[in-house]
Design a protein around this ligand. Sequence first.
Ligand code: FAD
Length: 307
Amino acid sequence: MTKKYDVIVIGAGPAGMTAALYASRAELSVLMLDRGVYGGQMNNTAEIENYPGFKSILGPKLSEEMYESSTQFGVEYGYGEVTGIEIDGDKRIVKTADDEYESSAVVIASGSEYRKLGAPGEKEYGGRGVSYCAVCDGAFFKGDNVIVVGGGDSAIQEATYLANIAAKVTVVHRRDQLRAQRILQERAFDRDNIDFIWNSTVEEIQGDDRKVTNVKIKNNQTGEETVVPAAGVFVYVGILPMTDAFRNIGITDEASWIDTNELMETKVPGIFAVGDVRKKHLRQITTAVGDGGIAGQGVFDYVESLK
Ligand code: FAD
C-alpha cells in the first residue's frame, strides 16, 4: 500500500533537513528521503568556518548536529533514490526504484554533483588516485605530490587542507587568477608547499595501470605540454544540478537548474525546491538552510490551503 504524508523532502543535505525541521515542527507528517547518508555535501567538507554558531566545525560533525535537530519533531527518514515525481490532481506521487509514496507537497533538495574533467585517465583511475573529495581521500596521499584542478572556493579550500597531508600540492587553473574568496586565496598563497600552474588544463591522467603516477598539463596560451609527477588528482571544476529525476515536470531551466520564486515555489503547485539544486547566486550551507526554512513554512501554508 502507498504510504501517505503531508510532505516528502527529497535529499537530506542542509537544505532538505531544514525544510523537514520547519514542516515537522508545524505538525505536518514528513518523509525525508536520501539515496545516501544524511548531510549531503557537508560530508565532503573538512573544516567549515562560515556557518554561524561554530567558529570552525568538521563537515561530518555539522551533518550529525543538523540531523539530530531536524528529526526531533518526528521526521521519518528513509533510504531511497528518487527516480521521478508524478502529478495526479492534488496528489504528488514520489517514486523510488522499490517504492512509491504519496504526499500533498514535495520539497526537492537534491543538491548538485561534481563536474568531471573529461580527460583521458580520469575514469580509469577514479578511486585509484583521482578524487573529488579531499576529506574522504586526502589521507591516502601522506607525503605525496598531488594536483588540485580548479580555482574556485572548493579547489582552494581543499588545496590548503591537502597541504597539511601531502608533501606538495600543485593547483592547476585554466585562468591567470583565482576565483576563490580573498581569505582562502591568501591562506593558500602563504603555504610553502602549494604551487600554482596558471592558464593550464589537464590533458591526461597517466598511471602504471594500478594507480596515478603523472599528470599531463597543457598551457592554453602557449600550447606547451608538461608532465608533472603526482600520486593524486583532486578535481574541483564546477557542479551540475541533480535534476534528472525531475525533468518531466517542466521545472528546470536550460542548464537543468530548478527555477523558483523567492518562496521556493516552482511552476508546479505544491512542488518546492531548495538549496544548491536551485538556480541561485550563492551555493553555501547558510543559503541552503535559509531556503529550507522558507520552504518548510511554505509547505505548511500550501497544505493548509488544500483543506
Ligand atoms: P547537498 O548538500 O548536495 O545535499 C543533497 C542531498 O540530496 C544529498 O544527500 C544527496 O544524496 C541527495 N540526493 C540527490 N539526488 C537524490 C535523489 N534522486 N534521491 C534521493 N536523494 C538524492 N559551503 C559552506 O557554506 N561552507 C563551506 O566551507 C563549504 N565547503 C565546501 C567544500 C566542498 C568540497 C564542497 C563540495 C562544498 C562546500 N560547500 C561549503 C557547499 C555546501 O556544501 C553546499 O552548498 C550545501 O551542502 C548544499 O546543500 P543542499 O542541501 O542543497 O545539497
